[in-house]
Each structure stands twice: as structure tokens, then as C-alpha cells.
Design a protein. Sequence first.
Length: 389
Amino acid sequence: MITLTYKRAVFYILNVILILELIIFIPYTYSYQTPKLKVLFDESHNQYFSYTNKTFVSALNYLNQSGNFIVNLNTNKSLLNYTNLKNYDILVIPNPGYDNCFTNYEIQSIINWTKEGGSLIILSDFINQPNTNKSGKPATLNNILKNLSLPFEFLKADMIDDDQNQNYNGQPSIIKINQNNFNDPIIGDKISSLLVRTSCINITSSNIQYYYAVGPSNSYYYISSLYKIYKPPIWLVRYKLGQSTIILCGATEIFSDEINPSIGISWFSIQDNVRLWANIFNSIAVEKNEDVWQYFLIIAVFLIIGAVSLYIYNRTTIKRTKSRKVISSSELKNELLELKELAEKSYSNKNYRLAARYYRRAALICKKINAMDEYKNYQAKLKECLIKK
């Protein structure tokens, strides 16, 4: 039977407190420290797809209603500037309008902001369509990428697939995408089927680490009808630049309220397109939250060290207790005889105080060895000595 000593009780109580700290306190504090991320959606470069002209309402409302993001608009030809950007976590630049470039001042502001951890989402669009304002503007967007020294570029080429199993209803430009086309576990999460009509992205360096999404195995792009690239094109990229997350997508239209003429519903409502939109932003939220976790990891390490130290101390104390020498019954009886002689000698010398001390120790030994008759005799002698002293 284990006796619950004071030290052992303290050990158990402290361990319970440490476990509760790990289970309750850290996750609670973690959630408290991760507020909504602020998103700035740019409409100041004559974008065809915007909240103001009601072609990009559903996607932005979805973010606001998710409870994880707060979206504001940069409208009325307002320049993107660092003073404004520093109040936001994410800047979204949808495909700009025709012949509407970003100023050097705006680009420098974006550079300074990303250096401090601001995350950037840049969306191009399908190139070959009759509405030139709606068509992708790779040159304008590549100027931003070049100034950010990013190893990516938007191509003036669209993703095409002639395979009847991979396109929608025999339309080579509208392509079916599933989770297998993503090597990104976050952005590709639970994507079973979505439709895209997108331009392509080229990677200009082989010595970088990035996540991406490609077209089906038979998809391709071409700069001209005589120059087809049959390697499955990349159309979406997620890249870590210092503390900033950069996401590039070859399409804005696929997240818009524009009606898909072949299906008769908005692009945003098609299959898993809404999930892709959510995953893009959630991937940035995960990156932001990982920065917070490092502090709680330090706390957890200290708590674990404390628990291990208490455990080692407790085990050492138990071993020390067990290692104490056990006195045998015969040794106790020999000690009892010695105490009896000393007590009687002190009594005969009328040193009753010393005799009382010996009789008291003798009585305790009798109690240990269960010699109750002798115990009573020594108790009587003890009382006699206490009276006489």
C-alpha cells in the first residue's frame, strides 16, 4: 500500500496543474492571440472584376462572413501607399484593367510592406477573350513581380486541354481540376472538382521551394499555334518570401460573379471554386498563426521540463526512502535490554530525569515489537520517574 505523503501529494498536484496548462491554457491563449486578418482588395487600377461594379461581391462577402477576415476596398483611383498598406495583413491585386499600370511609388510601397510581413495575392486572367479590359494583363503584373525579385512570371498564354475527359462539355479552355493537380496540401485541401479558365505561370528559377497547381496531364499552352508546350502548365503558385506569403493565380474570373455561359451560374458558385478561394486565404492564415505558435512551444517545453524534473525528484526521493536500513526484531530486543539496564542504573542513582528518558524509548520499542505487557510496565516506570523528578 502506497502512503500519500506530503511530498507525494504536492508532486501529484503540480503534475495535474502542468497537464491542465498544456491542454487548456496554451490553446486558449493561442486563439486569443490570432485576431481576424485584414484584407485590402485593390479596385484602383480600372479592374473589370470588382466589388463596386458588382462582379466580385460573393467572394468578398464570403471572406467577411467567415469570421476570419475583414475586407476593405481600395477604390476611386487611390494610390496603393505604405501608410495605408501597413494597416493590412493581405493585399489582393485582381487583374488590372486595360493600359492601367502601377506607379513606381506604388510598387515601392508594396516592396516595403512585404518586407515587413505583408502577404500578397496577385490574380491575372484568361488572355484570349474579346473584352480587352477583362483580358489578362501579364506585362503589368510581371512588372510588380520583377521589382519584388520574384522568380515567377505570368505568361501571355492560356491553359488548353483537348481531352474530352478533362474539359467541360468539349470546351478546351474550360478545364476540370481536382485535388491530384495540387502539390499544396493546404490550397488543394478537399478540392474534388473545380472548373478553371486561366492563363499560365512560368517559374524562372529552379533553385526555389514553392507550392503549385497544374493542369491535367494532357493540358498545354502555346505562344503561337506552332509552338505548343505540352508539359502540364502551372496556373497557381504559393511562395514564402521572408515573412510574407506570395500567391499567384492565372485567373480572377473563376472567383467572380460573372455568369459562366456554358453552365448558366456564376463562376464562384461552380463546384469547389468557392473552396479554392477559401483555401487560398486560409493558407496565409496558417502561415501567420505558425509565427504565433513558436512562443507557445517555448512555454510547452518549460512545462514539460518542469514535469520531468518533478518526476525525477519524486523517484529519487522514493529510492532514498526505500534504501534506508531496516532494523530487525532481534536488534530491537537487544536495544531494549540495553535501555532497561541504563534506565535501572539511572533510577538507582536517583537520576529520575535520565531514567524517564530511557523508559520512554524502551516503551516505544515494546510497542513496535508488539510486547504490550512490557510496554505497560515501562509506561508505569516512566510515570513514576516523572513524579519523582
